[in-house]
Design a protein around this ligand. Structure first.
Ligand SMILES: Cc1cc2nc3c(=O)[nH]c(=O)nc-3n(C[C@H](O)[C@H](O)[C@H](O)COP(=O)(O)O)c2cc1C
Length: 350
């Protein structure tokens, strides 16, 4: 209630990207103050937490933070305090880059949606690796799994994408509990072409080999889980092909889904021609269909991180019933606020 009555009106009176930076700044500052972290996390256990295991990782419950909110891994301790069971930082690219021209995030409150065309604005793999190193040394790395989502630098042509992803994975390897390979943002020209088998298969095979090599180098008992994040705008045959490629390359699973370029369901036609990807409520049904399709086609054997339009306990239940192993939220957090994780879990059976 406090968020709805007092905080959200202030944040929503600001430009969406300013509101986002302000939130990240506050959460980052909170991360330095144990008393504030304790205050944020409230007292006692989260309701109805049921642990989830994937490979060697344990998640206290299924709800994590989606990629894009903390692109530069600035506020990791705060996400744990807010109750998230894992956080996916990024998308991180090999080269630091400013992203697209502003304005590039738009609120569409009547649809409980956002449109964004940020274009992977981030500090780059080197700087973020150094930040994560410092975080670990200071003893403030959160106890929850931290996934790192990597993408292609805009300045790098598609033909050199493999080297670009390899660079990022090498730089960041020591700091990731799992990786997500992002080939589905609509805001980096050509990126989604990497979802086709001809491009995806060599990319994933190279990253898988690197994962094994680096696990040996770092004396890790096993390679790290790797997920592939896909678009909700794929045709069924393309989805089948990706599932097959992920299985052939023996990667861990799929994050379904990224934002959609389909704006036809937005109530106000003025948004239909706005460039960027839509997240939030309009994406919910479509992402659930993708989760269900992946689950059915793999006999429930492939872990799926379900993401798209989770605002309520019913939304969460739908994703889990469709076959999601874990879920992530972004837009729901913007509209519902910091109590979202707790509210979602209150409806869960433990
Ligand atoms: C402003 C914004 C920025 C995003 N940036 C990224 C990103 O950098 N990498 C990525 O994989 N997904 C990114 N996403 C997509 C989200 O991770 C998520 O897949 C999508 O928003 C659907 O979830 P939601 O409906 O809960 O927001 C972004 C989404 C938003 C709204």
């Amino acid at each position: 209630m406090f968020y709805h009555r007092s905080v959200r009106p202030v944040l929503f009176s600001l430009d969406p990207e300013c509101a986002h930076h302000l939130s990240i700044r506050l959460l980052r500052a909170a991360g330095w103050t144990p008393a504030i972290l304790r205050w944020i996390s409230g007292s006692g256990r989260l309701p109805g937490s049921r642990p989830v295991r994937i490979a060697d990782l344990t998640f206290k419950h299924p709800v994590g933070l989606a990629a894009g909110f903390d692109k530069n891994a600035l506020a990791l301790p705060a996400w744990e305090a807010l109750g998230f069971s894992f956080v996916e930082a990024g998308t991180i690219t090999a080269q630091a880059q400013p992203g697209n021209d502003k304005p590039r995030i738009f609120r569409v409150p009547e649809d409980e949606a956002l449109i964004n065309r940020l274009g992977f604005n981030n500090d780059g793999a080197g700087q973020i690796a150094a930040r994560l190193e410092r975080l670990g040394r200071s003893g403030r790395r959160p106890g929850i799994p931290v996934g790192l989502n990597i993408g292609k630098s805009k300045a790098v042509p598609l033909e050199q994408a493999i080297e670009d992803y390899i660079f990022s994975m090498k730089k960041l390897y020591a700091y990731a509990d799992y990786f997500t390979i992002n080939v589905s943002s609509p805001n980096t020209p050509g990126l989604r072409e990497l979802q086709g088998r001809e491009a995806l298969s060599p990319l994933l095979k190279n990253l898988r080999e690197l994962n094994y090599d680096l696990a040996v180098k770092f004396s890790n008992p096993s390679p790290k889980p790797i997920f592939v994040k896909i678009a909700p705008d794929l045709a069924p045959a393309q989805l089948d092909e990706i599932i097959g490629t992920v299985q052939d390359c023996k990667l861990t699973g799929i994050v379904a889904t990224n934002t959609t370029t389909d704006k036809s369901s937005l109530k106000d036609p003025k948004w239909h021609s706005e460039a960027g990807g839509v997240s939030g409520r309009p994406l919910a049904k479509r992402s659930t269909e993708f989760i269900r399709a992946i689950s059915q086609r793999t006999g429930g054997r492939m872990p799926v991180i379900g993401v798209g339009g989770i605002f309520t306990q019913d939304d969460l239940r739908e994703k889990l019933d469709a076959g999601a192993t874990l879920v992530q939220v972004y837009t729901g957090f913007v509209y519902r606020g910091p109590r979202l994780v707790r509210e979602l879990l209150e409806g869960q059976k433990s």
